[in-house]
Design a protein around this ligand. Structure first.
Ligand code: UD2
Ligand code: MN
Length: 520
């Protein structure tokens, strides 16, 4: 009898162990990254002293013996996943705001926002750190909800485990799924359509919001037709160190239609009378992080749903906002960090180049008028890429009576690398109204008499970059040296040079007038 009871106990205990084992096995195979590391690095949930990895935005150091594993893991998301997994999901961050931002007061009746975060195969820790930073650093009265849009991820931990995890958070978090891989543009459209806040705030899935990030954004939305971006701080892809971004850079783009940061020009400093805490008007947005009034988002035509996967939508919405009567700003009192990566971890079904070129063609065809030629000329082969049907976007532009691209260049982005006025746009270079021979931000430059010419960064000071075209003699005279651009190069060099003007064939250049946006 006793022996029997003992057996039962043994049996029951081993059953418990087997079940526990199975549970652990299931738990980790389904969700190997789901353990809640949130509380690591305690004490001091809100700003108290902490010394865990990455606390205070400090870089994470990986011990030598783990370097190989770290490199392997890096490939999964193209950032240091091992470092990210060591850092608390609610790590502390420095307050990187300008002093003048810290005591600004905002009205009580700010509109509420939904935060929409789209992701494809995002890491658990970066995604949840984004969510926690929103919840921990936003007044809950201003947070309607967080909407996570899964763009057909192939990671099990992003399925049920994610839904279970977010259920217990203090702010409503909804997870919605795209039926098939759709790209960030259509995923954001889905998130926006099911969200309910008066304002929609988009974030990438690997961000961290800092103290006071939300109020200054929402405060600007009250100004009609204003779309706002925070300063995007840099979270190192190698160490997850948090580094403050500058309030002295704003968004532009180059001839290839790549988004680029450029210094805030003097005219914009002057307009704000030198007050760096006031929002900067920016020609373009980086794309991932911005707030927009729901009705205005609708009114200006949300996104171009014909764009696939990634790319182009940021310039498209920027041009559209400005050309159709809105304003785009960087709110310098709002800081949100983002993990900038050197490579994309995910696939582009159909080919990276194809997709980006298609998206860029759509935006160039709809918004850039004759200036699209700058893009086409510098991107060989791009005109062969099919860009689909744009009739509804062209109709949108007409309906909203949007201004021409030349207006945008003239009034919003006069420091653009695309010259507003140009005499000629040939296969290689443009001859600008400033009499530079230029491609992108490089200008034909002479540093030596009788020597080869070079492409150097345009300095806009005329000087050694000033060329006079003689449309009768077909010569390009370098004004400073009074020498002519000559195809004949020095013995073993392919580079043209400047020579005394002989008006022979090797010094004749035919500039073709492709389009002249304005008459001179
Ligand atoms: C920048 C923007 C990004 C977007 C992009 C141009 C910032 C900080 N980031 O690139 O938001 O505007 O330029 O398109 O301004 N994703 C999907 N489905 C996909 C591909 C991506 O949901 O098919 C998600 C991805 O998980 C991420 C977001 O879209 O949360 C942006 O993608 P990214 O982080 O690879 O883009 P990024 O930061 O290089
Ligand atoms: Mn990103």
């Amino acid at each position: 009898m006793r022996r029997f009871a003992y057996c039962k106990v043994v049996l029951a205990t081993s059953l418990v162990w087997v079940m526990l084992d199975m549970f652990i096995l299931l738990y980790f195979s389904e969700c190997n990254k789901c353990d809640d590391k949130k509380e690591r690095g305690l004490p001091g949930r809100d700003g108290g002293p902490r010394d865990g990895p990455g606390e205070g935005g400090k870089p994470v150091v990986i011990p030598k013996e783990n370097q190989e594993k770290m490199k392997e893991m890096f490939k999964i998301n193209q950032f240091n996943l091992m470092a990210s997994e060591m850092i608390a999901l609610n790590r502390s961050l420095p307050d990187v705001r300008l002093e003048g931002c810290k005591n600004k007061l905002y009205p009580d009746n700010l509109p509420r926002t939904s935060v929409v975060i789209v992701f494809h195969n995002e890491a658990w820790t970066t995604l949840l750190r984004t969510v926690h930073s929103v919840i921990d650093r936003s007044p809950h009265t201003l947070l309607e909800e967080i909407v996570l849009v899964d763009d057909a991820s192939e990671r099990d931990f992003l399925k049920r485990p994610l839904e279970q995890y977010v259920r217990r958070l203090e702010v409503p978090v909804r997870v919605v799924r795209m039926e098939q891989r759709s790209g960030l543009i259509r995923a954001r459209l889905k998130g926006a359509s099911i969200s309910t806040g008066q304002v929609i705030t988009f974030l990438d899935a690997h961000c961290e919001c800092t103290t006071g990030w939300l109020e200054p954004l929402l405060a600007r939305i009250k100004h009609d037709k204003t779309v706002v971006c925070p300063i995007i701080d840099v979270i190192s892809d190698d160490t997850f160190e948090y580094m403050a971004g500058s309030d002295m850079t704003y968004g532009g783009f180059n001839w290839k239609l790549n988004f680029r940061w450029y210094p805030v020009p003097q005219r914009e400093m002057d307009r704000r009378k030198g007050d760096r805490t006031l929002p900067v008007r920016t020609p373009t947005m980086a794309g991932g992080l911005f707030s927009i009034d729901r009705d205005y988002f609708q009114e200006i035509g949300t996104y171009d749903a014909g764009m696939d996967i990634w790319g182009g939508e940021n310039l498209e919405i920027s041009f559209r906002i400005w050309q159709c009567g809105g304003t785009l700003e960087i709110v310098t009192c709002s800081h949100v960090g983002h993990v900038f990566r050197k490579a994309t971890p995910y696939t582009f079904p159909g080919g990276t180049g194809q997709i980006i070129n298609k998206n860029n063609r759509r935006l160039a065809e709809v918004w850039m008028d004759e200036f699209k030629n700058f893009f086409y000329i510098i991107s060989p082969g791009v005109t062969k890429v099919d860009y689909g049907d744009i009739t509804s976007r062209v109709a949108l532009r007409q309906k909203l009576q949007c201004k021409p691209f030349s207006w945008y260049l003239e009034n919003v982005y006069p420091d653009s690398q695309i010259p507003r006025h140009y005499y000629s746009l040939g296969e290689v270079f443009s001859y600008t109204a400033n009499k530079e021979i230029r491609t992108d931000d490089l200008c034909l430059d002479v540093s030596k008499l009788n020597g080869p010419v070079m492409m150097l960064k345009c300095h806009h000071l005329k000087g050694n970059q000033l060329w006079e075209y003689d449309a009768v003699k077909l010569t390009l005279v370098h004004v400073n040296s009074n020498q002519c651009l000559d195809k004949a190069s020095e013995e073993d060099s392919q580079v043209p040079s400047v020579r005394d003007c002989t008006h022979t064939r090797s010094q004749q250049w035919l500039l073709r007038n492709v389009t002249l946006p304005e008459v001179f």
